[in-house]
Design a protein around this ligand. Structure first.
Ligand SMILES: [Cu+2]
Length: 162
């Protein structure tokens, strides 16, 4: 079914025989013969079947397929940590990672940026051109490591390793 197709539930509802629907005139021709009963029953059965089909197709189209496996819930898996550079700022500015964890750095600006440890040469992505991404590895020792973009000293952040 195409996305956005209106649900046919209203039509299906229309097809469902209702208790309140006017009945065929009674008493004019006397009790109905078995063949008359059959003729009268068939359209109703078809209508109910069509309604059921429509309802089924409708619910199948609207509902997401039931997924037996829930989405992974672990957030500290290696390789999932990332820093985004956007509008000349790091996001998040303070990132907590595990020792030795690999961190992806995505530059969404057009200008080049870096993630460079302020003290020593603990970690450094080097030049990440605009629209590109890079990686670096967190220090093995726990602690808080300030970092900066070497091109834009007002771009600062802290890597918290624990
Ligand atoms: Cu920069």
């Amino acid at each position: 079914m195409e996305a956005g197709t209106p649900c046919a539930r209203a039509d299906a509802d229309f097809l469902i025989p209702r208790a309140g629907r006017p009945r065929a005139p009674v008493g004019r021709t006397g009790p109905m013969s078995p063949s008359q009963l059959r003729r009268r029953a068939v359209p109703l059965a078809l209508g109910a079947a069509a309604a059921a089909l429509l309802a089924t197709a409708c619910s199948n189209g609207d509902d997401q397929p039931a997924s037996p496996s829930p989405a992974p819930s672990s957030s500290a898996t290696a390789g999932t940590q990332s820093i985004t550079m956007e509008n000349f700022a790091f996001s998040p500015a303070d990132l907590q990672v595990r020792p030795g964890e690999k961190i992806t750095v995505v530059n969404k600006d057009s200008a080049a940026h870096t993630v460079t440890a302020t003290e020593g040469d603990t970690f450094d992505t080097g030049n990440i051109p605009g629209g590109k991404s890079g990686t670096f590895t967190a220090p093995a020792e726990a602690g808080e490591y300030a970092f900066v973009c070497t091109f834009h000293p007002n771009m600062t952040g802290t890597l918290i390793v624990r």
